[in-house]
Design a protein around this ligand. Sequence first.
Ligand SMILES: Nc1ncnc2c1ncn2[C@@H]1O[C@H](COP(=O)(O)OP(=O)(O)OP(=O)(O)O)[C@@H](O)[C@H]1O
Ligand SMILES: [Mg+2]
Length: 392
Amino acid sequence: MKITVLSGTSSSQDLKSILQERCRSDQLVLLEQSGNKLNVDAPEVSSADLLIIECQDIEHLDWSATEIFNLRHPQSTTVLICRGDLERVLVQAMRVGVRDVLNASEVRERLPEVIDRARVRLAATTGNRSVGKILTFIPCKGGSGTSFIASNLAYVLGEVHQKRVLLVDLDLQFGDASFYITENDDGRSLGDVVRKTDLDGQMLESACVPVGKNTWLLRAPHNPEQSVGITPDQVDNILTVASRRFDFVCVDLERTLDPLSLRAMDRSDVIFPIMQTVLPYVRGTQRLQRTFRALHYPETKIRLVANRQGKADDLSISKIEDALQTKFYMQLPNDFPNANASINAGKPLYEISPAGVLTTALIRWADQLVGASKSGQASTGSLWQRFSSLLK
Ligand SMILES: Nc1ncnc2c1ncn2[C@@H]1O[C@H](COP(=O)(O)OP(=O)(O)OP(=O)(O)O)[C@@H](O)[C@H]1O
Ligand SMILES: [Mg+2]
């Protein structure tokens, strides 16, 4: 969801901290601009799914521009945060389509619920689908099996669990996730759409390669030159559009952290660092953990995955958990014959060995993801309810 905040001077501390806590996977734009000159044509405003206007002086709010915004964007939610007596502005706010009016003193208590409602509203108007989850997969060290696992999990989510899934290959230099699930390479890639400022879901989908009935792939650009100059905001825009069109957006990252991969991780609901249980990977994982701490990611956002379990040289799971001070979220077995056959055939693992040990583990993982995405629906309620309670 894209959230644009307009605040005359600077946004209140409560507002900032709630946005930081609750909206880590949203696209946030903070504009130091007062609500009495709302420019509805500005791209940051016109593309907002949630427009939050902090007004120092509610008397001078640009009511007609606010109404125009709400008429033009019926799927969006507008919220006013102001001081003093709210009751005198409720009728006016309702007339121009504002969904909620909060007193500055109740932001901490009520804004989270307002944000949740905006999400539900957006989901209802984008085909009654929740805004998709962004899942990012990052190797703790090269060759841990990240691209192979990310692409095959994406395929299982799409074809076994019947979710609409997009796999985004963000390994812009050496992207190979693509080749793990399809041989179809018709030239389409992220390079075709990443610079489009008016990108919508349909345009995005037309740049993707279908790899099943419900699974699409956005390839990394074909030559590294096409990747030069791609900005974090452009990646952000792709993820915003993708999460409105797909139930799951699975992002495959390269190991090197750069501004693009950091942005993708910021936007992710969950990050899955993929490691093998041997010493060099433990060190790589510790380095990643330090980065996540520096970025203030909550622990719940990081889910560590052990891949290729069962090899002779593996360290014990409990020793590694002690060293890393974290539990594994998932342990995937080593399945060399089927992984190899899948890669050589350029076909998804599920198509090669639907009941193999690794496929079974991926299906179980997908079960959990699908189960988790069903929960967390927000309650309903609105300014209308508040207004009618005042009338009672
Ligand atoms: N569970 C598994 N069992 C057997 N082989 C596996 C398993 N997972 C991945 N592999 C194999 O590991 C190899 C490397 O996988 P992959 O390219 O996905 O790693 P990566 O972490 O993305 O590497 P890079 O750092 O180059 O991006 C592949 O040949 C793949 O088949
Ligand atoms: Mg890879």
